[in-house]
Design a binder for this molecule. Structure first.
Ligand code: PHE
Ligand code: NA
Length: 498
Protein backbone atom coordinates (compact mmCIF):
# COMPACT_ATOMS: atom_id res chain seq x y z
CA UNK A 1 0.00 0.00 0.00
CA UNK A 2 1.25 3.47 -0.70
CA UNK A 3 1.97 5.58 2.39
CA UNK A 4 -0.34 8.53 2.81
CA UNK A 5 1.24 11.89 2.01
CA UNK A 6 2.00 13.94 5.10
CA UNK A 7 0.06 17.16 5.65
CA UNK A 8 0.20 20.28 7.75
CA UNK A 9 -2.37 20.22 10.53
CA UNK A 10 -4.05 23.25 8.99
CA UNK A 11 -3.72 26.57 7.28
CA UNK A 12 -2.13 28.19 10.31
CA UNK A 13 0.73 25.70 10.47
CA UNK A 14 1.33 26.20 6.77
CA UNK A 15 1.36 29.98 7.08
CA UNK A 16 3.87 29.85 9.93
CA UNK A 17 6.10 27.54 7.91
CA UNK A 18 5.81 29.70 4.78
CA UNK A 19 6.59 32.89 6.71
CA UNK A 20 9.40 31.02 8.45
CA UNK A 21 10.92 30.25 5.08
CA UNK A 22 10.42 33.72 3.68
CA UNK A 23 11.75 35.65 6.66
CA UNK A 24 15.48 35.08 6.79
CA UNK A 25 18.86 36.66 6.32
CA UNK A 26 17.45 38.37 3.22
CA UNK A 27 15.14 40.48 5.34
CA UNK A 28 17.58 41.34 8.06
CA UNK A 29 20.85 41.93 6.33
CA UNK A 30 19.99 42.23 2.65
CA UNK A 31 16.88 44.39 2.36
CA UNK A 32 18.09 47.41 4.38
CA UNK A 33 21.21 47.84 2.32
CA UNK A 34 19.60 47.09 -1.05
CA UNK A 35 17.10 49.84 -0.29
CA UNK A 36 19.76 52.26 0.87
CA UNK A 37 21.89 51.58 -2.19
CA UNK A 38 19.08 51.82 -4.73
CA UNK A 39 17.40 55.13 -4.14
CA UNK A 40 16.36 54.95 -0.46
CA UNK A 41 12.76 56.09 -0.14
CA UNK A 42 12.40 56.09 -3.92
CA UNK A 43 13.14 52.34 -3.96
CA UNK A 44 9.64 51.79 -2.62
CA UNK A 45 8.34 52.15 -6.20
CA UNK A 46 10.38 49.42 -7.94
CA UNK A 47 10.01 47.30 -4.81
CA UNK A 48 6.22 47.51 -4.88
CA UNK A 49 6.11 46.98 -8.62
CA UNK A 50 8.27 43.86 -8.27
CA UNK A 51 6.19 42.64 -5.35
CA UNK A 52 2.88 43.08 -7.15
CA UNK A 53 3.91 41.98 -10.63
CA UNK A 54 6.27 39.13 -9.72
CA UNK A 55 6.37 38.38 -6.00
CA UNK A 56 2.73 37.80 -5.21
CA UNK A 57 1.74 36.31 -8.61
CA UNK A 58 4.59 33.80 -8.52
CA UNK A 59 3.91 32.95 -4.93
CA UNK A 60 0.40 32.03 -6.07
CA UNK A 61 1.91 30.05 -8.94
CA UNK A 62 4.21 28.04 -6.67
CA UNK A 63 1.30 27.33 -4.34
CA UNK A 64 -0.91 26.27 -7.22
CA UNK A 65 1.68 23.86 -8.63
CA UNK A 66 2.30 22.15 -5.29
CA UNK A 67 -1.33 22.10 -4.27
CA UNK A 68 -2.65 20.80 -7.57
CA UNK A 69 0.00 18.17 -8.25
CA UNK A 70 0.67 17.25 -4.63
CA UNK A 71 4.32 16.41 -4.88
CA UNK A 72 7.85 17.57 -4.23
CA UNK A 73 9.16 19.97 -6.88
CA UNK A 74 10.32 17.23 -9.31
CA UNK A 75 7.16 15.18 -8.89
CA UNK A 76 4.87 18.18 -9.25
CA UNK A 77 6.62 19.35 -12.40
CA UNK A 78 6.58 15.80 -13.75
CA UNK A 79 2.86 15.54 -13.18
CA UNK A 80 2.36 18.79 -15.03
CA UNK A 81 4.38 17.34 -17.92
CA UNK A 82 7.07 14.68 -17.89
CA UNK A 83 9.23 17.07 -19.94
CA UNK A 84 9.35 19.50 -17.02
CA UNK A 85 10.73 17.21 -14.33
CA UNK A 86 14.29 18.49 -14.72
CA UNK A 87 13.20 21.95 -13.55
CA UNK A 88 12.21 20.41 -10.25
CA UNK A 89 15.60 18.76 -9.85
CA UNK A 90 17.36 21.95 -10.80
CA UNK A 91 15.55 23.66 -7.92
CA UNK A 92 16.39 20.77 -5.59
CA UNK A 93 20.09 21.05 -6.42
CA UNK A 94 20.08 24.81 -5.96
CA UNK A 95 18.70 24.16 -2.49
CA UNK A 96 21.54 21.71 -1.84
CA UNK A 97 24.07 24.44 -2.56
CA UNK A 98 22.25 27.12 -0.57
CA UNK A 99 21.71 24.72 2.32
CA UNK A 100 25.37 23.89 2.73
CA UNK A 101 26.40 27.51 3.08
CA UNK A 102 23.29 28.85 4.84
CA UNK A 103 24.02 26.46 7.72
CA UNK A 104 27.49 27.94 8.05
CA UNK A 105 26.16 31.44 8.60
CA UNK A 106 23.80 30.08 11.23
CA UNK A 107 26.79 28.54 12.98
CA UNK A 108 28.56 31.92 12.97
CA UNK A 109 25.41 33.58 14.30
CA UNK A 110 25.26 31.09 17.14
CA UNK A 111 28.90 31.83 18.02
CA UNK A 112 28.30 35.56 17.92
CA UNK A 113 25.19 35.29 20.09
CA UNK A 114 27.53 33.82 22.66
CA UNK A 115 30.35 36.32 22.01
CA UNK A 116 27.87 39.16 22.59
CA UNK A 117 27.59 38.23 26.25
CA UNK A 118 31.11 39.33 27.15
CA UNK A 119 31.93 41.19 23.92
CA UNK A 120 34.63 38.67 23.21
CA UNK A 121 35.77 40.37 20.03
CA UNK A 122 38.19 43.01 21.35
CA UNK A 123 38.49 46.32 19.55
CA UNK A 124 39.27 45.41 15.94
CA UNK A 125 36.12 43.66 14.76
CA UNK A 126 37.26 42.87 11.23
CA UNK A 127 40.47 41.33 12.47
CA UNK A 128 38.60 39.36 15.05
CA UNK A 129 36.14 37.97 12.53
CA UNK A 130 38.54 37.11 9.73
CA UNK A 131 41.70 36.29 11.62
CA UNK A 132 40.80 35.13 15.10
CA UNK A 133 37.41 33.54 14.53
CA UNK A 134 37.55 32.22 10.94
CA UNK A 135 41.38 32.01 10.93
CA UNK A 136 41.08 32.78 7.27
CA UNK A 137 43.92 31.75 4.98
CA UNK A 138 45.37 34.21 2.46
CA UNK A 139 43.87 33.89 -1.02
CA UNK A 140 41.25 31.54 -2.37
CA UNK A 141 41.69 27.79 -2.38
CA UNK A 142 40.69 24.55 -0.78
CA UNK A 143 42.23 23.28 2.44
CA UNK A 144 41.55 20.78 5.16
CA UNK A 145 42.58 22.97 8.08
CA UNK A 146 39.54 22.78 10.28
CA UNK A 147 38.73 25.60 12.67
CA UNK A 148 37.04 24.09 15.68
CA UNK A 149 35.38 27.33 16.83
CA UNK A 150 33.56 27.32 13.50
CA UNK A 151 32.88 23.62 13.05
CA UNK A 152 31.45 22.99 16.51
CA UNK A 153 28.46 25.35 16.16
CA UNK A 154 28.02 24.04 12.61
CA UNK A 155 27.72 20.51 13.94
CA UNK A 156 25.19 21.78 16.46
CA UNK A 157 23.10 23.41 13.72
CA UNK A 158 23.09 20.25 11.62
CA UNK A 159 22.25 18.01 14.55
CA UNK A 160 19.29 20.20 15.44
CA UNK A 161 18.11 20.38 11.83
CA UNK A 162 18.40 16.62 11.42
CA UNK A 163 16.09 16.03 14.35
CA UNK A 164 13.51 18.59 13.20
CA UNK A 165 13.47 17.19 9.67
CA UNK A 166 13.21 13.60 10.85
CA UNK A 167 10.11 14.51 12.85
CA UNK A 168 8.29 15.19 9.61
CA UNK A 169 6.07 17.83 8.09
CA UNK A 170 3.73 18.71 10.92
CA UNK A 171 5.70 17.69 14.02
CA UNK A 172 9.02 18.94 12.68
CA UNK A 173 8.56 21.69 10.10
CA UNK A 174 5.16 22.97 11.24
CA UNK A 175 5.77 22.90 14.99
CA UNK A 176 9.25 24.39 14.86
CA UNK A 177 8.07 27.31 12.70
CA UNK A 178 5.11 27.90 14.99
CA UNK A 179 7.62 28.10 17.83
CA UNK A 180 10.39 30.16 16.25
CA UNK A 181 8.36 32.72 14.31
CA UNK A 182 6.49 34.29 17.24
CA UNK A 183 9.68 34.21 19.29
CA UNK A 184 11.56 35.91 16.46
CA UNK A 185 8.87 38.56 16.12
CA UNK A 186 9.08 39.44 19.80
CA UNK A 187 12.89 39.48 19.89
CA UNK A 188 13.19 41.47 16.73
CA UNK A 189 10.44 43.86 17.79
CA UNK A 190 12.29 44.65 21.01
CA UNK A 191 15.53 45.12 19.10
CA UNK A 192 14.00 47.54 16.60
CA UNK A 193 12.22 49.60 19.23
CA UNK A 194 15.34 49.86 21.39
CA UNK A 195 17.45 50.86 18.42
CA UNK A 196 15.09 53.78 17.81
CA UNK A 197 16.12 55.21 21.19
CA UNK A 198 19.84 55.20 20.38
CA UNK A 199 21.30 58.68 19.84
CA UNK A 200 21.76 59.22 16.09
CA UNK A 201 18.92 56.89 15.12
CA UNK A 202 17.16 59.67 13.21
CA UNK A 203 20.29 60.29 11.19
CA UNK A 204 20.30 56.66 10.10
CA UNK A 205 16.63 56.70 9.17
CA UNK A 206 17.14 59.84 7.11
CA UNK A 207 19.96 58.15 5.24
CA UNK A 208 17.79 55.11 4.55
CA UNK A 209 14.58 56.82 3.54
CA UNK A 210 15.62 60.08 1.82
CA UNK A 211 14.46 59.41 -1.72
CA UNK A 212 16.81 59.69 -4.65
CA UNK A 213 14.32 59.78 -7.52
CA UNK A 214 16.98 59.86 -10.23
CA UNK A 215 17.81 56.29 -9.35
CA UNK A 216 14.51 55.14 -10.82
CA UNK A 217 15.97 55.71 -14.27
CA UNK A 218 18.67 53.09 -13.73
CA UNK A 219 17.80 49.57 -14.90
CA UNK A 220 20.12 48.16 -12.22
CA UNK A 221 17.79 49.51 -9.54
CA UNK A 222 14.84 47.62 -11.01
CA UNK A 223 16.92 44.47 -11.27
CA UNK A 224 17.82 44.88 -7.61
CA UNK A 225 14.13 45.15 -6.71
CA UNK A 226 13.20 41.99 -8.59
CA UNK A 227 16.22 40.17 -7.17
CA UNK A 228 15.29 41.14 -3.65
CA UNK A 229 11.68 40.04 -4.11
CA UNK A 230 12.62 36.65 -5.55
CA UNK A 231 15.13 35.86 -2.87
CA UNK A 232 13.08 37.26 -0.06
CA UNK A 233 9.83 35.47 -0.83
CA UNK A 234 11.69 32.22 -1.62
CA UNK A 235 9.78 31.93 -4.91
CA UNK A 236 10.85 29.61 -7.73
CA UNK A 237 13.10 27.71 -5.31
CA UNK A 238 10.71 24.75 -5.14
CA UNK A 239 10.07 25.64 -1.50
CA UNK A 240 6.54 26.94 -1.78
CA UNK A 241 5.70 24.13 -4.22
CA UNK A 242 6.78 21.60 -1.62
CA UNK A 243 5.03 23.26 1.31
CA UNK A 244 1.80 23.73 -0.66
CA UNK A 245 1.79 20.03 -1.52
CA UNK A 246 1.14 19.36 2.18
CA UNK A 247 -1.99 21.52 2.26
CA UNK A 248 -5.41 20.05 2.48
CA UNK A 249 -7.56 20.16 -0.62
CA UNK A 250 -9.89 22.97 0.34
CA UNK A 251 -7.26 25.52 1.33
CA UNK A 252 -7.57 29.20 0.48
CA UNK A 253 -4.31 29.57 -1.48
CA UNK A 254 -4.35 33.23 -2.40
CA UNK A 255 -5.53 34.29 1.05
CA UNK A 256 -2.50 32.54 2.60
CA UNK A 257 -0.24 33.97 -0.07
CA UNK A 258 -1.28 37.52 0.70
CA UNK A 259 -0.67 36.98 4.41
CA UNK A 260 2.80 35.56 3.75
CA UNK A 261 3.74 38.33 1.31
CA UNK A 262 2.54 41.04 3.65
CA UNK A 263 4.30 39.51 6.66
CA UNK A 264 7.57 39.20 4.78
CA UNK A 265 7.52 42.78 3.54
CA UNK A 266 6.61 44.10 6.99
CA UNK A 267 9.56 42.25 8.41
CA UNK A 268 11.85 43.81 5.81
CA UNK A 269 10.64 47.29 6.60
CA UNK A 270 11.10 46.65 10.30
CA UNK A 271 14.63 45.38 9.67
CA UNK A 272 15.43 48.43 7.57
CA UNK A 273 14.37 50.71 10.40
CA UNK A 274 16.23 48.76 13.06
CA UNK A 275 19.44 48.33 11.13
CA UNK A 276 19.68 51.94 9.96
CA UNK A 277 18.78 53.34 13.36
CA UNK A 278 21.70 51.31 14.72
CA UNK A 279 24.01 52.42 11.89
CA UNK A 280 23.00 56.05 12.52
CA UNK A 281 24.04 55.57 16.14
CA UNK A 282 27.34 54.07 15.10
CA UNK A 283 28.02 56.91 12.67
CA UNK A 284 27.23 59.56 15.24
CA UNK A 285 29.31 57.90 17.95
CA UNK A 286 32.31 57.74 15.62
CA UNK A 287 31.79 61.24 14.19
CA UNK A 288 31.20 59.79 10.74
CA UNK A 289 28.59 59.91 8.00
CA UNK A 290 26.10 57.06 7.69
CA UNK A 291 27.47 56.40 4.20
CA UNK A 292 30.83 55.53 5.76
CA UNK A 293 29.42 52.81 8.00
CA UNK A 294 26.53 51.38 5.92
CA UNK A 295 27.17 47.82 4.74
CA UNK A 296 25.23 44.63 4.23
CA UNK A 297 25.61 40.92 4.69
CA UNK A 298 28.57 39.48 6.48
CA UNK A 299 30.16 42.89 7.02
CA UNK A 300 27.03 44.29 8.61
CA UNK A 301 26.40 41.40 10.94
CA UNK A 302 29.85 40.31 11.98
CA UNK A 303 31.86 43.54 11.77
CA UNK A 304 29.55 46.56 12.09
CA UNK A 305 27.17 45.08 14.65
CA UNK A 306 29.85 44.17 17.19
CA UNK A 307 30.96 47.81 17.08
CA UNK A 308 27.40 48.94 17.73
CA UNK A 309 27.09 46.45 20.57
CA UNK A 310 30.32 47.76 22.15
CA UNK A 311 29.07 51.32 22.26
CA UNK A 312 25.35 51.02 22.86
CA UNK A 313 23.77 51.02 26.32
CA UNK A 314 22.78 47.43 27.14
CA UNK A 315 24.88 46.36 24.18
CA UNK A 316 25.12 42.72 25.19
CA UNK A 317 21.36 42.43 25.26
CA UNK A 318 21.08 44.05 21.83
CA UNK A 319 23.73 41.63 20.58
CA UNK A 320 21.91 38.58 21.85
CA UNK A 321 18.69 39.85 20.30
CA UNK A 322 20.35 40.61 16.97
CA UNK A 323 22.37 37.45 16.52
CA UNK A 324 19.62 35.36 18.06
CA UNK A 325 17.21 36.84 15.50
CA UNK A 326 19.58 35.97 12.67
CA UNK A 327 19.84 32.45 14.00
CA UNK A 328 16.11 31.87 14.45
CA UNK A 329 15.14 33.56 11.17
CA UNK A 330 17.76 31.47 9.43
CA UNK A 331 16.83 28.17 11.06
CA UNK A 332 13.28 28.20 9.70
CA UNK A 333 14.62 29.13 6.25
CA UNK A 334 17.14 26.29 6.38
CA UNK A 335 14.34 23.92 7.35
CA UNK A 336 12.43 24.92 4.22
CA UNK A 337 15.52 24.44 2.06
CA UNK A 338 16.00 20.91 3.37
CA UNK A 339 12.34 20.04 3.03
CA UNK A 340 12.60 20.55 -0.74
CA UNK A 341 15.44 18.04 -0.97
CA UNK A 342 14.05 15.48 1.45
CA UNK A 343 10.61 15.54 -0.17
CA UNK A 344 12.16 14.95 -3.59
CA UNK A 345 14.20 11.97 -2.35
CA UNK A 346 11.15 10.57 -0.58
CA UNK A 347 9.03 10.83 -3.71
CA UNK A 348 11.56 9.57 -6.21
CA UNK A 349 12.91 6.65 -4.21
CA UNK A 350 9.82 5.92 -2.17
CA UNK A 351 11.79 5.91 1.06
CA UNK A 352 10.47 6.73 4.52
CA UNK A 353 10.85 10.07 6.21
CA UNK A 354 13.65 9.18 8.61
CA UNK A 355 15.77 7.36 6.04
CA UNK A 356 15.35 10.17 3.52
CA UNK A 357 16.25 12.74 6.15
CA UNK A 358 19.46 10.93 7.06
CA UNK A 359 20.42 10.31 3.45
CA UNK A 360 20.02 14.03 2.68
CA UNK A 361 21.23 15.70 5.87
CA UNK A 362 24.32 13.68 6.73
CA UNK A 363 26.16 14.13 3.40
CA UNK A 364 25.13 17.79 3.29
CA UNK A 365 26.38 18.32 6.83
CA UNK A 366 29.71 16.69 6.00
CA UNK A 367 30.06 18.73 2.83
CA UNK A 368 29.11 21.90 4.65
CA UNK A 369 31.69 21.28 7.36
CA UNK A 370 34.41 20.15 4.96
CA UNK A 371 33.99 23.15 2.66
CA UNK A 372 33.24 25.92 5.12
CA UNK A 373 34.56 24.79 8.47
CA UNK A 374 38.11 25.32 7.28
CA UNK A 375 40.39 28.31 6.89
CA UNK A 376 39.38 28.63 3.21
CA UNK A 377 35.62 28.67 3.63
CA UNK A 378 34.77 32.30 3.05
CA UNK A 379 35.76 32.88 -0.62
CA UNK A 380 34.00 29.67 -1.59
CA UNK A 381 30.85 30.73 0.20
CA UNK A 382 30.98 34.06 -1.57
CA UNK A 383 31.33 32.56 -5.06
CA UNK A 384 28.67 29.89 -4.54
CA UNK A 385 26.23 32.47 -3.20
CA UNK A 386 26.87 34.85 -6.09
CA UNK A 387 26.29 32.21 -8.76
CA UNK A 388 23.33 30.53 -7.17
CA UNK A 389 21.37 33.59 -6.11
CA UNK A 390 22.26 35.92 -9.00
CA UNK A 391 22.12 33.44 -11.87
CA UNK A 392 20.84 30.03 -10.79
CA UNK A 393 17.59 31.18 -9.34
CA UNK A 394 16.92 33.73 -12.06
CA UNK A 395 17.68 31.15 -14.75
CA UNK A 396 15.48 28.42 -13.31
CA UNK A 397 12.64 30.90 -12.85
CA UNK A 398 13.02 32.24 -16.38
CA UNK A 399 13.19 28.88 -18.15
CA UNK A 400 10.48 27.20 -16.11
CA UNK A 401 8.07 30.12 -16.61
CA UNK A 402 8.73 30.16 -20.34
CA UNK A 403 8.16 26.40 -20.49
CA UNK A 404 4.91 26.68 -18.54
CA UNK A 405 3.73 29.54 -20.75
CA UNK A 406 4.54 27.64 -23.94
CA UNK A 407 2.88 24.49 -22.62
CA UNK A 408 -0.19 26.59 -21.73
CA UNK A 409 -0.34 25.28 -18.18
CA UNK A 410 -1.05 28.65 -16.60
CA UNK A 411 -4.81 28.92 -17.32
CA UNK A 412 -5.35 25.46 -15.79
CA UNK A 413 -3.46 26.53 -12.71
CA UNK A 414 -5.53 29.73 -12.50
CA UNK A 415 -8.65 27.60 -12.52
CA UNK A 416 -7.20 25.45 -9.78
CA UNK A 417 -6.44 28.49 -7.64
CA UNK A 418 -9.91 29.94 -8.07
CA UNK A 419 -11.63 26.73 -7.08
CA UNK A 420 -10.72 27.13 -3.39
CA UNK A 421 -9.37 30.65 -2.98
CA UNK A 422 -10.96 33.85 -1.72
CA UNK A 423 -8.94 36.21 -3.88
CA UNK A 424 -9.48 35.18 -7.53
CA UNK A 425 -6.90 35.38 -10.29
CA UNK A 426 -7.65 35.92 -13.96
CA UNK A 427 -6.14 36.75 -17.35
CA UNK A 428 -3.98 39.42 -15.80
CA UNK A 429 -2.28 36.81 -13.62
CA UNK A 430 -1.62 34.56 -16.61
CA UNK A 431 -0.14 37.44 -18.60
CA UNK A 432 2.01 38.67 -15.76
CA UNK A 433 3.36 35.21 -14.87
CA UNK A 434 3.73 34.00 -18.43
CA UNK A 435 4.99 37.10 -20.21
CA UNK A 436 5.85 40.15 -18.13
CA UNK A 437 7.92 38.41 -15.45
CA UNK A 438 9.83 36.18 -17.91
CA UNK A 439 10.74 39.28 -19.93
CA UNK A 440 12.11 40.99 -16.83
CA UNK A 441 13.92 37.83 -15.72
CA UNK A 442 15.40 37.28 -19.17
CA UNK A 443 16.74 40.82 -19.14
CA UNK A 444 18.13 40.37 -15.62
CA UNK A 445 19.89 37.18 -16.58
CA UNK A 446 21.37 38.69 -19.69
CA UNK A 447 22.65 41.82 -18.02
CA UNK A 448 24.07 40.02 -14.98
CA UNK A 449 25.80 37.45 -17.17
CA UNK A 450 27.35 40.02 -19.50
CA UNK A 451 28.53 41.96 -16.50
CA UNK A 452 30.31 39.05 -14.84
CA UNK A 453 31.78 37.83 -18.12
CA UNK A 454 33.21 41.29 -18.79
CA UNK A 455 34.35 42.15 -15.30
CA UNK A 456 34.95 38.80 -13.60
CA UNK A 457 33.96 38.38 -9.98
CA UNK A 458 35.84 40.12 -7.20
CA UNK A 459 39.54 39.40 -7.35
CA UNK A 460 39.35 35.66 -7.16
CA UNK A 461 41.63 33.67 -9.47
CA UNK A 462 40.02 32.41 -12.68
CA UNK A 463 40.32 28.73 -11.84
CA UNK A 464 38.44 29.34 -8.62
CA UNK A 465 35.50 31.16 -10.21
CA UNK A 466 35.48 28.70 -13.11
CA UNK A 467 35.28 25.72 -10.78
CA UNK A 468 32.96 26.84 -8.02
CA UNK A 469 30.99 29.36 -10.10
CA UNK A 470 30.55 28.31 -13.71
CA UNK A 471 31.49 24.66 -13.19
CA UNK A 472 29.12 24.28 -10.28
CA UNK A 473 26.28 26.01 -12.16
CA UNK A 474 26.74 23.89 -15.28
CA UNK A 475 27.16 20.74 -13.20
CA UNK A 476 23.84 21.38 -11.50
CA UNK A 477 22.01 21.59 -14.81
CA UNK A 478 23.57 18.41 -16.17
CA UNK A 479 22.87 16.56 -12.95
CA UNK A 480 19.26 17.81 -12.92
CA UNK A 481 18.72 16.39 -16.39
CA UNK A 482 20.27 13.06 -15.41
CA UNK A 483 18.12 12.83 -12.28
CA UNK A 484 14.99 13.56 -14.29
CA UNK A 485 15.81 10.57 -16.50
CA UNK A 486 16.12 8.08 -13.67
CA UNK A 487 13.19 5.82 -12.92
CA UNK A 488 10.65 6.56 -10.19
CA UNK A 489 10.32 3.89 -7.57
CA UNK A 490 6.91 2.81 -6.50
CA UNK A 491 5.08 6.07 -6.76
CA UNK A 492 4.96 7.22 -10.35
CA UNK A 493 3.06 9.74 -12.32
CA UNK A 494 -0.24 7.95 -12.56
CA UNK A 495 -0.56 7.28 -8.88
CA UNK A 496 -2.05 9.90 -6.60
CA UNK A 497 -2.58 12.15 -9.59
CA UNK A 498 -5.80 14.06 -9.49
N1 PHE B 1 13.70 34.00 1.82
C1 PHE B 1 14.88 33.93 2.61
C2 PHE B 1 15.30 35.28 3.10
O1 PHE B 1 14.74 36.28 2.81
C3 PHE B 1 16.02 33.38 1.89
C4 PHE B 1 15.84 32.03 1.38
C5 PHE B 1 16.06 31.79 0.07
C6 PHE B 1 15.47 31.02 2.20
C7 PHE B 1 15.89 30.53 -0.41
C8 PHE B 1 15.31 29.78 1.72
C9 PHE B 1 15.54 29.55 0.40
O2 PHE B 1 16.27 35.36 3.79
NA1 NA C 1 12.52 37.16 3.08
Amino acid sequence: AKPKRETFSGQKAFIFAAIGSAVGLGNIWRFPYVTYDNGGGAFIIPYLVALLTAGIPLLFLDYAIGHKYRGSAPLSFRRMSSKLEAFGWWQVLINVIIGIYYAVILGWSASYTYFSLNKAWGSNHADFFFKEYLRMADGAGVSMDFVSAVTLPQIGVWAFILIVMALGVQKGVGKSSAFFMPLLTVMFGILVVSSLFLPGAAKGLNALFTPNWDKLLEPAVWIAAYGQIFFSLSICFGIMVTYASYLKRDTDLTGSGLVVGFANSSFELLAGIGVFAALGFMAQAGGKEVSEVATSGIGLAFIAFPAIIDQAPMGSLLGVLFFGSLLFAGVTSLISILEVIIAAVQDKLHWGRVVSTIVVCVPMALLSIALFGTTTGLPMLDVLDKFVTNFGIVAVAFFSLVAMAIGKYLPTLAEHINRTSSFKVGKMWVLVSGILTPVVLGYMLFSELTKIIKEGYENYPDWFVNTFGWGMAGGLIVLAIILSRLAWHGRDQAEENN
